[in-house]
Write a protein that binds this ligand. Structure first.
Ligand SMILES: [Zn+2]
Length: 354
C-alpha cells in the first residue's frame, strides 16, 4: 500500500460485536472467505445485480469493464454481475463516500450488503482520485468485488506467519490519509481474523485481497506487495464456495444454446453466425480416447475458439483469428467449445470436428 493511498476498510464491526466474534472464535480458525456471507446457493451460482448510485459515466464504464473483463471473477465462477438501473441491487456502488465508513475504497462483506443496516444505501465505495491507472483500477475493483463475494483481507489471514509491529502500524494509519484511531488499526490490520465461519487456502502473498505493506510495519522487516490480478488461490477458493463456471466465459451475456443447434458430432460440421460481441457454445461427447481436431474458419472477421472439459477447465485456446485449429488427445468426457467474437458486426463461420 502506497502511503498516499486510502486503505480499503471493510468490516465495520462495532466494538461490542467484535467482542462477541472474538468470544465465538474457535481455537483453530480457518479463513479467507466468510462462508456465512456467501451469496446464492453454494456451487450453483446465479446473478448478482449491480448498480451505480452516482459517479461520472466514464468512471462507471471503467469499473464495469474491469469486472466484466476476461481476468475477472466471472470468468471462473458461475456468478454473473448484471449492471442494472435499480438502487435496490445486491451491490450498490457510490463514489461519494459515507459519513461513517469514509471516502476511500471499501465494500460490504458478501450478504452484509443486504443484511446490515450500515449499508442501507451504498454497499461499495470507490475513491475516484485514487484510480489513476488502468492496472490500479482493475486491482481495486477486483479486490472490492472480492469482498462483495465474501473474501476478507489476506493480511488478516489466520495463518499469516508474520506479525505487525503494533506501534509503527498504529502510527502509520493514524497519519493522513487514513486518520484511523488505534482500535480501528488493530481491528482492520493487526489482528488475525477470528471469524469462525471461514474457509481458506494457505496464506497467499499473491492474493488480490492483500495490500502492499512497507517492511517497517512488519516484525520480519519484509513488506508485502500489492496485487492487481486474481491469483490461482483466489480463484480456487472462490470456486470452492461458488462452484466453477462451466465452459469458462463470462464476458458477454448470451442466450443459452439450444441442444440441437449447438450439439456437434464427431465427423460433423456446422455453419453459424455469431452476433457482435457474442458467444456460441457447442458440446460434444467423446466415447473413445483419441485425437480430435476442431477447425473453425470465418468468412471475414475474427473469433476466439476455446475448448473446455466437463469441469470447466480450459484445455486449448486459439485466436482471435479467421482460422483456428485445435488438436487434442481427449479422454472420455463431455466437452465444450466456445466460439467468441469481439467484432462489432456478426461473423459467419464454419466449425467442424474430426
Ligand atoms: Zn479491502
Amino acid at each position: 500500500m502506497d502511503a498516499q493511498f486510502g486503505f480499503c476498510q471493510t468490516q465495520d464491526i462495532p466494538e461490542k460485536e467484535l467482542q462477541k466474534l472474538l468470544e465465538a472464535a474457535t481455537k483453530h480458525p480457518r479463513g479467507a472467505i466468510d462462508t456465512a456471507k456467501v451469496w446464492l446457493r453454494p456451487g450453483e451460482g446465479g446473478t448478482l445485480r449491480v448498480c451505480f448510485l452516482d459517479g461520472d459515466p466514464g468512471l462507471q464504464r471503467d469499473v464495469r469493464d474491469a469486472i466484466k473483463g476476461t481476468e475477472s471473477w466471472e470468468r471462473h465462477i458461475p456468478v454473473t454481475f448484471e449492471f442494472v438501473d435499480d438502487p435496490n441491487a445486491h451491490i450498490r456502488i457510490s463514489f461519494r463516500g459515507h459519513p461513517r465508513l469514509g471516502a476511500g475504497h471499501w465494500s460490504a462483506m458478501g450478504t452484509d450488503a443486504r443484511d446490515r443496516a450500515t449499508f442501507d444505501r451504498q454497499s461499495m465505495n470507490y475513491q475516484a482520485s485514487d484510480l489513476r491507472t488502468a492496472d490500479r483500477l482493475r486491482g481495486v475493483v477486483l479486490h472490492e468485488f472480492g469482498h462483495a463475494l465474501g473474501f476478507i483481507h489476506e493480511h488478516q489471514h489466520p495463518f499469516r506467519e508474520d506479525d505487525f509491529n503494533e506501534a509503527a502500524t498504529i502510527a502509520f494509519f493514524q497519519a493522513p490519509p487514513n486518520n484511523w484511531p488505534p482500535e480501528m488499526t488493530r481491528q482492520q490490520v493487526i489482528r488475525r481474523s477470528t471469524i469462525p465461519s471461514l474457509n481458506t487456502t494457505r496464506f497467499d502473498p499473491d492474493s488480490i485481497m492483500l495490500y502492499e505493506f512497507p517492511g517497517f510495519l512488519l516484525r520480519s522487516g519484509v513488506g508485502t506487495h500489492a496485487n492487481e490480478k486474481l491469483s490461482s488461490l483466489d480463484i480456487e477458493l472462490a470456486q470452492r464456495l461458488y462452484g466453477k463456471r462451466k465452459g469458462g466465459g463470462g464476458g458477454g451475456e448470451t442466450t443459452p444454446p439450444t441442444e440441437e443447434k449447438f450439439r456437434l458430432e464427431v465427423g460433423g460440421s456446422k455453419s453459424e453466425t455469431v452476433p457482435p460481441s457474442g458467444k456460441h457454445t457447442f458440446t460434444f461427447s467423446v466415447k473413445n480416447e483419441d485425437r480430435y481436431d476442431i477447425n473453425v474458419k470465418t468468412s471475414g472477421g475474427t473469433v476466439t475458439v476455446e475448448l473446455f472439459d466437463s469441469a470447466g477447465t480450459s484445455l486449448q485456446k486459439k485466436g482471435p483469428a479467421e482460422i483456428a485449429f485445435l488438436g487434442n488427445k481427449l479422454g472420455i468426457d463431455l466437452y465444450t467449445i466456445e466460439v467468441r467474437s469481439e467484432e462489432d458486426s456478426p461473423v459467419d463461420y464454419k466449425i467442424s470436428l474430426e
